[in-house]
Design a protein around this ligand. Structure first.
Ligand SMILES: [Mn+2]
Length: 301
C-alpha cells in the first residue's frame, strides 16, 4: 500500500491482502460532469482520511470482526484526456475485475456518473435478475445534461433505459418536470422525501419493505450522500434541504442488507469542505456501517 493512499479505517499494514479480504474499497476520484459545487475528486481521499477516526467496534452489531475483512484498493481514475464514454468503459473493466474476484466491492466517489459503469459491471458479473436501490436527493433521470448522456444528472436514466434494470429511488426531493413525467408514465418506484420523513417519524419501514419486495433478490446499492440532510452532511456538490437523518437511514440500510443480497455498492458525491471534516467522517461511518450490515450480520457471505 502506497503511503500516499491511506487505507480504510487507518489499518494500513494491518489490513488483509485482497485474497484474504471479504470486501474491497475502491477509491474512484472521478469528476468530469459536476454542475454546481466541485470537489468530488477529493472525496475518496477525505473519506479514507476520516475513516481512521471511526471506532472499529460497532455497538449495534456488537463486533469489530468485520474491520479485519476489508482491503482498500489503489485509487483508479481514467486518463483525463479520454472521451467520457471511454473513461466509463475503463471504470467498468476495472470494477468488473474486482467483482469477479468474489469480493463485496464498495466504490467510493467521485461524482454520481460513476454509478453507470459500476452497475453495468455488476450486471455482467452477477447472473440473474438484479435491481438498483438509489438513495439520493435527485432523480437523475434526465436523458442528457449539459450535452452528455453520461452526466451525473442522467445516471439513473442510463440504468433504467440502457441497462433496463428495475429501480427504487429513495429520498427524492429535486427533479425537473420532464423527469416527474417519466416517473409517472413509466410507474418508476420512488419514495419521495416527504414520504420518507413521514415513515421516519413513526419508525416505519413498511413502505420501503413493500417496494423492496417488488425488486429482484440481487441488489446494487448506490448511495448519493446528498440523500442525507445537509445539516448532517453539508459537504456535497448539490445539497438539498429535507434529507435523511442518521438513524432512520441506518435502519433502512440494515433492512436492505438483511432482506436482499446486495452484490455491490457505491457511495458518491462527497465534496469535502475546506475547514470542516464532519461530512468526511459521516461518509466514512456510513460506509463502515454498511460493511457491518453486509459482513457482520449477513450469513450469505
Ligand atoms: Mn444527488
Amino acid at each position: 500500500m502506497n503511503s500516499q493512499n491511506p487505507s480504510f479505517l487507518g489499518l494500513d499494514a494491518e489490513q488483509p491482502e485482497p485474497a484474504a479480504a471479504r470486501a474491497v474499497i475502491l477509491p474512484l476520484p472521478f469528476e468530469r460532469t459536476v454542475s454546481y459545487g466541485k470537489g468530488t475528486a477529493d472525496g475518496p481521499r477525505a473519506l479514507l482520511d476520516a475513516s481512521a477516526y471511526v471506532e472499529l467496534y460497532d455497538e449495534e452489531l456488537r463486533t469489530e470482526d468485520h474491520s479485519r475483512q476489508i482491503h482498500t484498493a489503489e485509487p483508479f481514475d481514467p486518463a483525463a484526456d479520454l472521451e467520457l464514454s471511454e473513461a466509463m468503459a475503463e471504470i467498468q473493466d476495472h470494477a468488473r475485475e474486482w467483482m469477479q474476484s468474489g469480493k463485496f466491492l464498495v466504490s467510493i466517489g467521485g461524482e454520481h456518473s460513476l454509478t453507470y459503469p459500476l452497475v453495468a459491471a455488476a450486471q455482467e458479473v452477477f447472473s440473474g435478475p438484479m435491481g438498483v436501490v438509489q438513495f439520493d436527493a435527485h432523480a437523475d433521470l434526465r436523458d442528457e445534461y449539459e450535452g452528455t448522456r453520461f452526466s451525473h444528472a442522467a445516471v439513473m436514466r442510463r440504468i433504467v433505459d440502457d441497462l433496463s434494470l428495475p429501480t427504487l429511488a429513495v429520498g427524492i426531493r429535486s427533479l425537473s418536470g420532464p423527469e416527474a413525467k417519466l416517473v409517472q408514465d413509466r410507474g418508476l418506484p420512488v419514495i419521495w422525501s416527504h414520504e420518507w420523513h413521514e415513515d421516519a417519524r413513526s419508525g416505519s419501514l413498511e413502505r420501503f419493505a413493500a417496494y423492496l419486495d417488488q425488486l429482484p433478490e440481487q441488489i446494487y446499492l448506490t448511495f448519493d450522500l446528498d440523500f442525507l440532510d445537509p445539516s448532517l452532511l453539508p459537504g456535497t456538490g448539490t445539497p438539498e434541504p429535507g434529507g435523511g437523518e442518521w438513524h432512520p437511514t441506518m435502519a433502512a440500510l440494515r433492512y436492505l442488507f438483511e432482506h436482499k443480497t446486495v452484490v455491490a455498492m457505491d457511495v458518491v458525491e462527497l465534496a469535502p469542505e475546506p475547514d470542516r471534516t464532519v461530512s468526511d467522517f459521516v461518509a466514512a461511518k456510513l460506509v463502515y456501517k454498511s460493511l457491518g450490515y453486509r459482513l457482520g450480520l449477513s450469513p450469505k457471505g
